[in-house]
Design a protein around this ligand. Structure first.
Ligand code: HEM
Length: 512
């Protein structure tokens, strides 16, 4: 939440608990007064309790004016604290001392099994209220968390997502047809939000909402998401107050859908109902969490992918060539074989996730004293921030050209590669767009399918339509990565007979 963003981490509301005291101020065992020889015989002198370990990471604390950057430029701020080191102490939230982690090995040690390493989520109360304390992302009890993951996992497995691909592709085509027929530029960011929201509510939650209901609920969600902006005070005129009002509206809508009893008996919502029984609030918390965790994240990535394709005509042309070959060999449907025959499309998706990391870091707190490899220690109660962005910044495989949008880095084989057919290469340790370990993204396959369907359709469209995008002045990072101009976009039909113009495809007239 989202830093992790909420579901995923470094948003403003995601403050860790009380700050750990710096090393110098660490608690020392109290001295007992000497009580004389008699007292010494009656009462064996107790061993002094061992001193709790200090937060002994290198000091990366920043001057106060730079600390403010954590909201506007979290990834850059994490790099300022870590300065390429494996770990450092820096301030997070309202100047709390926090253990920043910037190495893939330490990240795995901590996040791989959080119960073993002794860390856990430590969300701020505002975030918990907005998302819902009973949701899988917010719940801290390890057993209940594992139970809820097991409950939800089957709905997001690779096979289940592959079975949903025809519906996801049809939804992508419907939205693209609408955008292509729009005479004026449309906001790609708003369009992608509606697309991912549609997929979530209709394909995943199976709520059977019509277009008007999808648009209405998606808008309410945007008001809800603004609730992450500080200050976290629940009065009607603050973003948080308005976010909570939006949450009540979403809750009422879910209640009316549950009461209507039209939901499929074997679907995700029915599964939540049989797990939680009459505990309606836990069901609502989880529905809101799934909508939230899987809506803005995917739409941000899709928007950034569209922007990158427009800015890199070479990539778009190669994608178009690959899709033309895939359609010729497999037809229009994105069957597993058609998807497997398009490694370049999958590499474009991965490169998008690498270039603009949606979740730059995830927040935790130490539940006990934590000893890490290399003699590093984090005392109980200390907030911990695993900075995926800083880890990616240090990935040696990307050293030479990390600022370039070059999907080929995720491929192996092919004529320019190491021989053999072109295929996806193993992912380097610095690539963690979906997190690590215990709280690894439940919807990663779904996100890849949404992006995969959209990138394939964009590649196919490129034959007949030019993609025109007004690039943003800046990509805002808070509360989630987005272009400051909404990414105005147009698809302009290439004139008949234009070089490389492909024949008009059915998508553009089908509207379905
Ligand atoms: C490009 C899109 C996405 C990105 C970059 C992303 C990223 C992440 C990350 C980094 C985490 C780990 C958070 C942590 O460790 O605290 C996470 C967790 C989660 N994600 Fe995603 N996500 C995406 C799409 C989705 C989708 C489509 C869903 C579908 C519902 C989803 C559902 C979840 C859930 C439920 C969790 C919480 C898992 C838990 O706490 O056990 N995500 N996501």
């Amino acid at each position: 939440m989202q830093a992790s963003r909420p579901a995923h981490g470094s948003r403003g509301a995601d403050r860790g608990p009380a700050a750990a005291r710096p090393a110098a101020a660490a608690r020392r065992p109290r001295r007992r007064r000497a009580a004389g020889p008699v007292a010494a015989l009656q009462e064996p002198s107790p061993q002094p309790a061992p001193a709790p370990p200090a937060l002994n990471l290198p000091d990366g604390r920043q001057p106060w004016w730079n600390v403010l950057k954590q909201l506007s430029r979290p990834a850059a701020y994490f790099s300022d604290v870590l300065k390429g080191r494996d770990a450092a102490v820096g301030q997070f939230g309202v100047f709390h001392d926090t253990a920043f982690i910037g190495s893939p090995a330490l990240a795995r040690e901590l996040l791989g099994s959080e119960e073993r390493s002794g860390i856990n989520v430590g969300w701020g109360p505002a975030l918990v209220q907005l998302v819902g304390e009973r949701s899988v992302s917010m719940v801290a009890d390890p057993e209940e968390h594992a139970r809820q993951r097991a409950l939800l996992m089957p709905f997001f497995s690779p096979d289940v997502v592959a079975a949903k691909m025809p519906a996801i592709q049809a939804t992508a085509r419907r939205y693209l047809a609408e955008w292509v027929s729009s005479p004026a530029p449309f906001s790609a960011y708003d369009g992608m939000k509606r697309f991912t929201f549609d997929v979530l509510v209709n394909q995943v939650l199976e709520l059977s909402l019509d277009d008007a209901e999808v648009t209405e609920m998606s808008r309410t969600f945007q008001a809800w998401a603004r609730g992450f902006l500080p200050p976290a005070v629940d009065v009607p005129f603050t973003p948080f107050g308005q976010g909570m009002a939006a949450r009540n509206k979403i809750r009422d809508k879910i209640l009316s859908l549950l009461a209507a009893g039209r939901l499929p008996p074997d679907g995700l919502v029915a599964r939540l109902q049989s797990h939680f029984g009459g505990d309606t609030e836990a069901i609502i918390d989880n529905i809101i969490n799934v909508q939230f965790a899987g809506h803005d994240t995917s739409s941000s990535s899709l928007t950034s992918m569209l922007g990158a394709l427009a800015a890199n005509p070479r990539v778009l042309a190669r994608l178009a060539d690959e899709q033309a070959a895939v359609v010729a060999a497999h037809g229009e449907a994105l069957t597993p074989a058609a998807v497997a025959a398009a490694p370049y499309a999958a590499a474009v998706v991965r490169e998008t996730l690498r270039m603009r990391l949606i979740v730059p870091g995830v927040m935790r707190k130490a539940e006990k004293d934590v000893q890490l490899a290399g003699g590093l220690s984090i005392p109980k109660g200390c907030p911990v921030l695993v900075a995926f962005s800083a880890i990616a910044d240090r990935e040696p495989a990307w050293e030479a050209d990390r600022g370039e949008f070059r999907p080929e880095r995720f491929l192996t084989g092919g004529s320019g590669g190491s021989g053999g057919p072109e295929a996806l290469a193993p992912q380097p340790a610095g690539f963690n767009p979906f997190g690590i370990g215990t709280r690894y993204c439940l919807g990663s396959h779904l996100a890849l399918a949404e992006m995969g369907a959209m990138v394939a359709e964009l590649g196919r469209l490129a034959g007949s339509h030019a993609l025109e995008v007004e690039q943003p002045g800046r990509w805002e990072e808070f509360p989630i990565l987005r272009p400051d101009n909404g990414l105005p976009t147009r698809f302009v039909a290439k004139p008949p007979g234009a070089a490389g113009r492909a024949p008009e495809r059915e998508l553009l007239s089908a509207q379905a």
